[in-house]
Design a protein around this ligand. Structure first.
Ligand code: ADP
Ligand code: MG
Length: 761
């Protein structure tokens, strides 16, 4: 009787015990599904030898080569033998070295070809693999590797079959678990899962031209041709896309179950009073988006909307107008910011936009006035009590805060709208906590600081409807961006400083941005060149960490420039005589405020700063921004930073200072930023330069990122179509009662911590 094998069956019991242990310990593969989802990295063609010129020292490799010569000698000092097998690709050679394995000379006879796996090392001028794993083509028991778990896996017929096909899958492997052993384990498992139920309904497969799942597994692991691999990949990408989209569709359905309390526009209220005192006219985009939101707020269906927009497109005003509509309808709004600095900035912005309309109960307040209250973790006990009571009593129309707003002690008289400033993502869970603070689900408006590509919106924010604000208010100045390559054009940097001095003399103001604060030699925490900004690290280092980690090897050459050092050098050197100050997250909140206000008021000419200025700083006279070590920042971060200048009528110039060489990946990213101010275009560049797992905010390891084959950048068509299919399917069968296999797949995804980006509720 054959055991019943399901996708969730543990491999232990199906494979030899030692094999199962090694797979689990070294590759994190525990179940049948884990193994089936361990896709080949590439396919080698039998008869074709690996180009040995491409090998680099330190690489873990699996190569195909042919034995050219074998020599064996006794070692001088130690007892034993040393076997040196030279393999080649026809031009270059590689030495395989074995100690005390004299039988290797017979196994690896001249002319034999096979697979060899190990870590590339060097001895003298010769590259070598020491004790590589070996797999000889052709059935020969002489090639039996005693290290491989015998189990049921290795016998001659098995071996002959493995290489009957022209394409040899090359798997991400590890020491003790070479690629070909993985292939053999798969051979065994593939035969046991031919009857597994297909999660994608037949009708959907037929509509979309997809092969069955067991067939897809077979074709990706044992393809006859690359065309088969493509068919398999398409099908398996669909699995990923549909599972994610069904999860999101179910969430949308669940959110729509409890009706919201409608907050329709009220004429002659606070919103009208605000509009009347706005110093500018709304852009066409702001009006359209505003009307859409206003309409939704007036309905019974809870709004769940993502408002994304170009830097400087005026999202804050749109959000504020939505909040005022809700206040007019007798409810309150919560405005959630990712950090204390940003919360304080939002508070200032909202208060200044509202003017006398935002100071109810104080001198000079106008008739319809409301109150804007701050609630963060660092408030004094007294201030906190006051804020809590304004929220609970309803005196505060708007409560601006950080995560502190999520605490249980925070109550609202009537919460009607939650606005989330999504510089750092608040998960579904956190949105749910806020929702739970009112009887009926409040409306939710999420603002993104950076435009995100459609596919990311559909995947990461798939439970939200999206609205886009592309237009930037008219009358904004031009901003020119230049790369300043200090290696090739050292004189350009001097010109940059001269420009900053000239600017100061004509009333302009400048930012000099550095990746690091400095003065942290003792902590060593910045040794890797990580962007860090003290208490603001939760956003300054946010999404771009991944990028930096990828390049650690390159950027470790020197520590990135630091605010404190650069400020000292500029004060004594090129910017001597200017009124210069520093700004970073480790400064006390008061000092930060004073400095920003002085800069805004024109009492300072230049700020040497970290990414603290990335968001929300609004100084119309700021016209120059020099970003030092610009290659240490991510694309979207640079775009955000650049959004801080050219906000008035003064044309802006943004200088991306870097010592990265021309044509290097870092430099190409900077060139892309210099080439366009279109945030959507840059979002694509950003996406392309990152590992997908990190966009999704999943675990560090790129390979284990929930989405294994699906690319958010390249698979837009699949994602869009899968979303249609999922929406349709969930509308007919919300609990997936008729789709058991798919339900299991969805459950598997939500248990999988690789899919953290989905913030399962
Ligand atoms: P972002 O979308 O980047 O958050 P903000 O909301 O901070 O943009 O707006 C940027 C600046 O533009 C602010 O100073 C804001 O007051 C101003 N602003 C917003 N809407 C308009 C408009 N329609 N006309 C002119 N200025 C505007
Ligand atoms: Mg903003």
């Amino acid at each position: 009787m054959t055991p019943v094998v399901s996708r969730d069956s543990p491999l232990r019991g199906l494979l030899g015990g030692k094999t199962a242990t090694v797979l689990a310990d070294q590759l994190g593969i525990h179940t049948v599904d884990d193994l089936l989802g361990h896709y080949p990295r590439r396919y080698a063609e039998r008869g074709e030898l690996t180009d040995l010129a491409s090998l680099r020292v330190g690489d873990e490799v699996t190569i195909i080569a042919r034995v050219r010569s074998v020599s064996q000698r006794r070692m001088r000092n130690k007892r034993g033998t040393l076997t040196d097998v030279v393999v080649g690709d026809g031009r270059r050679s590689l030495s395989l070295v074995f100690f005390n394995q004299p039988w290797r000379a017979k196994q690896l006879a001249v002319g034999v070809s096979g697979l060899f796996a190990g870590k590339i090392g060097v001895r003298g001028t010769q590259v070598q693999l020491t004790h590589p794993e070996c797999e000889i083509f052709g059935a020969t028991t002489a090639g039996l590797d005693p290290d491989i778990d015998p189990g049921a896996l290795v016998d001659d017929s098995e071996r002959a079959m493995t290489y009957a096909s022209k394409l040899i899958p090359v798997y991400p492997a590890s020491r003790g678990m070479p690629s070909w052993t993985i292939a053999r384990c798969l051979r065994l498992i593939l035969d046991a899962v031919t009857d597994v139920a297909d999660p994608l309904p037949l009708a959907m497969r037929e509509r979309r031209g997809l092969i069955g799942l067991p067939q897809a597994w077979r074709k990706i692991h044992q393809p006859e041709s690359l065309a088969e691999v493509e068919l398999a990949r398409l099908r398996l990408k669909w699995d990923e896309a549909v599972t994610v989209q069904v999860t999101l569709a179910q969430r949308r359905v669940a959110q729509a179950v409890n009706p919201a309390f409608p907050r329709a526009v009220r004429d002659g209220g606070l919103l009208d009073a605000f509009d009347a005192r706005l110093p500018f006219v709304l852009t066409a985009g702001q009006r359209v988006v505003g009307a859409e939101i206003s309409h939704e707020l007036g309905g019974h269906r809870p709004m769940n909307r993502l408002l994304q927009g170009e830097v400087g497109s005026g999202k804050t005003v749109v959000a504020l107008r939505a909040m005022l509509q809700v206040i007019d309808a007798g409810a309150q709004a919560a405005f959630l910011a990712p950090t204390e600095v940003l919360a304080a900035q939002h508070l200032r912005t909202l208060r200044s936009l509202l003017g006398p309309l935002g100071i109810s109960g104080e001198l000079g307040a106008e008739e319809h006035a409301t109150r804007v209250t701050l609630l963060t973790g660092s408030l004094s006990a007294k201030a906190r009590r006051a804020a809590l009571s304004e929220a609970a009593g309803g005196a505060a129309g708007i409560v601006v805060g950080t995560h502190a707003l999520l605490e249980e002690s925070v109550q609202f008289a009537e919460l009607g709208l939650v606005v989330i400033d999504e510089q750092h993502r608040f998960g579904v869970e956190q949105r749910d906590v806020l929702r739970a603070k009112s009887a009926a689900p409040p409306h939710v408006l999420v603002l993104t600081a950076t435009p995100i590509p459609r596919t990311v919106a559909m995947t990461v924010y798939g439970d939200l409807e999206t609205t886009t604000l592309t237009e930037v208010p008219a009358g904004r100045a031009e901003v020119t961006t230049r790369v300043v390559p200090t290696q090739e054009q050292p004189a350009w940097l001097d010109r940059a400083w001269t420009r900053i001095v000239e600017e100061a003399h004509t009333g302009g103001r400048s930012f000099i941005v550095c990746p690091r604060i400095g003065d942290d030699a003792g902590t060593g925490k910045n040794a890797a060149g990580r962007i860090d900004d003290g208490d603001d690290s939760s956003f300054s280092g946010s999404q771009d960490d991944s990028l930096l980690e990828d390049e650690e090897a390159v950027s470790a050459k020197r520590a990135p420039l630091a605010v404190l050092d650069v400020a000292d050098r500029l004060r004594e050197g090129p910017l001597a005589g200017l009124r210069l100050a520093i700004l970073h997250g480790r400064l006390p909140a008061e000092e930060k405020d004073t400095t920003m206000l002085a800069f805004a008021a024109g009492d300072l000419d230049a700020l040497v700063t970290t990414t603290v200025v990335e968001v929300g700083v609004d100084v119309p006279e700021a016209s120059v921004m020099a970003i030092m070590d610009a290659d240490r920042f991510g694309v979207s971060q640079l775009h955000q930073l650049r959004g801080r200048i050219g906000r008035g009528s003064r044309p802006g110039i943004c200088l991306l200072v870097t010592d990265s060489p021309a044509e290097s990946p870092a430099r190409l990213r900077l060139d892309a930023v210099a080439a366009t101010r279109d945030g959507f275009e840059l979002a694509r560049v950003d996406l392309a330069s990152r590992r997908e797992g990190n966009i999704l905010g999943a675990a560090q390891s790129g390979r284990r990122s929930g989405l294994r084959l699906l690319s958010l950048l390249d698979d837009e068509a699949i994602i869009t179509q899968a979303r249609e299919e999922a929406t349709y399917l969930v509308a007919l069968d919300p609990d997936l009662a008729q789709h058991r296999a798919l339900a299991a797949e969805v459950a598997r995804l939500s248990e999988d911590d690789r899919a953290d980006y989905l913030d399962k509720a």
